[in-house]
Design a protein around this ligand. Structure first.
Ligand code: GLA
Length: 417
């Protein structure tokens, strides 16, 4: 396919049916226009969370799936210790000297890249200089983890392309296909926590690293043990974008974390084994929660009940009981709306509209909240009608046309063809 002057991002956004081979060859062409040949290409997906919201940073349970939107990175080594990175989405290039990395964030998109590079180097992974092309089609500001997919894609590509030499520090981390995906996810989370300044949990980076086609991933965010749970054939993940931009780096997210931590501090006075809300039962909260400020008690109630819902949802999925799964999704939404207070009127409206459509097992807001997307589990046969009904209803009520993405669970980070 000829590139001419078309934006790569637009080619990908408008052509969701492009095969991975097509995409790789477009990227290779673009890379050689910019830097010359010899590139390898990688992609890391965004994610949607089926259930288990605001539980990851409370050492609890989550159940996300990777989706078919990606950040793609083409890379080729260059002599020296300089990274020259071109972002197709921003039509902008940056240069990083690996020996003199910036010390502070600037609010620029490159913070995510710099953060990952710093964490990799700090972990002892001596990177080689490289030319890099980055392009992404994960909708930004929609709560589908475009930033985690950028972090994981860059991290994986840098590790794999620095792996022309044997790794000196650990047998596994920098070992071609043997890249330790859990370590990579943790380093990317650290980059976001320590350099970008958002105190996110591990969910997004973990599923972007470990996701599997056709499967949801149930993760224990304390032990990092996970189970892959097959999603039934014939059920689509319909992601409905309210078009209200959410911004995770803003204060509300960090404030919710602080409220959960305040709950832990207070409860652990009576329950010394409590290190995180994960360790508190519903009965504990009833017995010992009366001293908590109302807001903190409600935050705790959400997290404790949501952890229980994730476990029940896993059982429902394993026994093929989608109506039970759907009911738990709705309860999750109510809890996020009323107890955790991270929904907004547009998300509530979208859930209401989707809940009334035919062939829908369940629906809820997904991700951090305050805008972004909802997720609905919809019979594939009904998904077109679903799109139309929800789009019309939402547009009529708000004057704004929502985007609806019909997705199926995808694979985590890897090299493209
Ligand atoms: C954001 C964060 C995640 C998680 C969710 C809420 O997506 O990045 O770590 O906390 O919000 O479940």
């Amino acid at each position: 396919m000829a590139l001419a002057n078309l934006s790569l991002r637009l080619i990908f956004m408008d052509n969701t049916k492009l095969t991975a081979e097509n995409r790789t060859s477009i990227l290779k062409q673009r890379f050689s226009q910019l830097f010359g040949g010899g590139s390898r290409t990688y992609q890391a997906p965004g994610r949607v969370n089926l259930i288990g919201e605001h539980t990851d940073y409370n050492s609890g349970f989550v159940m996300p799936a990777a989706i078919g939107f990606h950040t793609m990175v083409s890379i080729a080594p260059r002599p020296g210790r300089k990274l020259v990175i071109y972002s197709e989405n921003y039509s902008e290039h940056i240069e990083l000297d690996l020996d003199h990395l910036p010390v502070a964030r600037t609010g620029h998109w490159s913070d995510y890249v710099i953060g990952v590079v710093k964490m990799l180097e700090r972990a002892g992974k001596t990177l080689v200089g490289a030319n890099v092309l980055v392009v992404g089609d994960v909708p930004q500001g929609a709560g589908l983890s475009s930033s985690a997919s950028l972090e994981v894609a860059i991290g994986y590509a840098l590790l794999d392309s620095s792996d022309h030499r044997p790794d000196q520090t650990s047998g596994t981390m920098c070992n071609g296909t043997g890249i330790d995906r859990t370590k990579l996810a943790l380093l990317c989370q650290q980059a976001e926590n320590e350099f970008v300044g958002a105190r996110c949990g591990i969910m997004d980076q973990f599923v972007s690293s470990h996701g599997k086609q056709g499967q949801a991933l149930m993760l224990d965010c304390r032990s990092l043990d996970y189970r892959l749970l097959p999603l039934p054939d014939g059920v689509a993940l319909a992601i409905c974008n309210t078009m209200v931009k959410h911004s995770i780096a803003k204060g509300e997210y960090n404030q919710r974390r602080a409220e959960c931590e305040a709950g832990v501090r207070e409860l652990s006075k009576c329950l010394p084994h409590v290190l995180a809300l994960r360790d508190v039962t519903a009965e504990d909260l009833d017995t010992f929660g009366h001293n908590l400020p109302d807001v903190v008690r409600r935050r705790c109630h959400h997290v404790i009940s949501e952890n229980a819902r994730v476990r029940q949802a896993a059982t429902a999925l394993e026994s093929g009981d989608l109506p039970a799964f759907g009911k738990l999704m709705l309860e999750s939404h109510r809890s996020l709306r009323d107890d955790f207070e991270v929904s907004c009127s547009e998300l509530d409206l979208m859930v209401q509209l989707a809940g009334q459509a035919e062939g829908v097992y369940g629906t809820r807001m997904t991700g951090g909240g305050f805008g972004g997307c909802t997720i609905a589990l919809v019979e594939s046969a009904c998904v077109e009608a679903f799109q139309q009904t929800v789009q019309e209803g939402y547009t009529r009520a708000t004057g704004c046309k929502p985007e609806i993405y019909v997705c199926y669970a995808a694979d985590g980070v890897g090299q493209m063809f």
